[in-house]
Design a binder for this molecule. Structure first.
Ligand code: NAD
Length: 363
């Protein structure tokens, strides 16, 4: 029986990297029934909304989705298709492995970090009060009455929401992931010295949850200290668990440590549904140019194969990607060694398929 998977091409570079990923996934021999769903700019034009209900229905039904990046317009309008998908489907764990494949351009010999980002709370909860709105005026009054602090009248507000429930489940997710994947240590990241009731809560709940996992080392670090240490010696870290905003920033930093966004995959996971997508965005300036690296999306596809229980196919796909990177002849501009000209997105798919076929013929 083929696996039924909701497939969202996205916009910008999304369709190119998704097509390349479809090709390599099908070349593993695993059978898929792609349930195509349109979200992002294409959906806005066709349905008048970037996230039509049928897309959510399809993901709820299939429980697994593979998604290309989607542009978030800056300023007014629909907040973000990506954030809305994660919140509406309660995909509370964002899993972003950042690992060096030999041959990528990097300053470091060895990095293998997994970022576990809380995906539904924090400053992404979307609870905001616009400057000079009636709600902002009420909040200003409340602050004046309860805190005695003068907050400027011309302020806008974005609330940082961190709950005990949200923290408990993401920390548990990180520790369970560590156990299931033979990892040794989980580090909670925070700024609890300044934000006592949000990050402070995150830290105290994380410590409490970690006490039930005596087989996994647990420690914590303040976010600013972490940034400095990551640049100096990222090798010392294993798994991070972080609130939403820090998770966004640190996963991008970690992507930079291991060769860039072109090789940084990801997954958004809830209790019943998983949606796989690269860390990178829609890079509109490269859209339609057959130029960008599809490997981040392909590696997200390998994560999906593992989620489906197709470990052997996932390993084979990952080995083929690693072999293409190591050889360095058919890689995109971002991974190009000086001696070879870069190839395009679709040629990378061909190179990866070739490597899988080569491996098969040796066996
Ligand atoms: P971006 O990740 O799209 O691109 C930043 C730069 O990274 C690009 O200009 C390019 O130089 C490089 N890059 C990105 N992907 C690459 C790839 N596959 N291969 C090679 N190089 C690559 O970030 P941005 O420009 O800040 O965001 C563009 C849009 O994407 C925004 O609207 C943003 O909100 C959205 N976005 C969407 C998602 C998502 O769909 N999950 C994630 C992040 C950003």
């Amino acid at each position: 029986m083929p696996y039924k998977v909701t497939l969202i091409h996205g916009d910008g570079i999304g369709p190119e990297v998704t097509k390349a990923t479809e090709r390599v996934l099908e070349a593993t021999g695993v059978k898929f029934h792609w349930d195509l769903a349109i979200a992002g700019e294409g959906a806005q034009d066709m349905f008048g909304t970037p996230l039509p209900d049928y897309v959510l229905d399809s993901i709820r039904k299939n429980k697994v989705a593979l998604k290309g990046p989607i542009t978030t317009p800056v300023g007014l309008g629909f907040r973000s298709v990506n954030v809305t998908l994660r919140q509406t489907l309660d995909l509370y764990a964002c899993l972003r492995p950042c690992k060096i494949y030999p041959g990528v351009p990097t300053l470091y010999p060895e990095v293998d970090i997994v970022v576990v980002r809380e995906n539904t709370e924090d400053l992404y909860a979307g609870i905001e009060f616009e400057i000079r709105s009636p709600e902002a005026a009420k909040l200003l009054n409340l602050l004046r009455d309860t805190r005695g602090k003068a907050v400027r009248e011309d302020s806008g507000f974005s609330l940082k929401i961190i709950s005990e429930t949200g923290t408990r489940r993401i920390v548990k997710f990180a520790l369970e992931y560590a156990r299931a994947n033979g990892r040794k240590k989980v580090t909670a990241v925070h700024k609890a010295n300044i934000m006592k009731y949000s990050d402070g809560l995150f830290l105290s709940v994380a410590r409490e949850v970690a006490r039930d996992y005596s087989d996994i080392e647990f420690d914590d670090v303040i976010i600013d200290t972490l940034c400095m240490r990551l640049v100096r010696s990222p090798q010392q870290y294993d798994i991070f668990v972080l609130p939403n905003l820090y998770g966004d920033l640190i996963s991008e930093l970690c992507a930079g440590l291991v060769g860039g966004l072109g090789v940084a995959p990801g997954a958004n996971i809830g209790d019943h549904i998983a949606l796989f997508e690269p860390t990178h965005g829609s890079a509109p300036k490269y859209a339609g140019k057959n130029k960008v690296n599809p490997m981040a999306m392909m590696l997200s596809g390998a994560m999906m194969l593992r989620h489906l229980g197709e470990k052997e196919a996932a390993d084979r796909l990952e080995r083929a990607i690693a072999a293409v990177v190591a050889e360095g002849k058919k890689v995109t501009y971002d991974l190009r060694p000086n001696s070879y000209p870069p190839v395009g997105t679709s040629q990378v798919a061909e190179a990866v398929i070739e490597k899988m076929e080569e491996e098969e013929s040796v066996e």
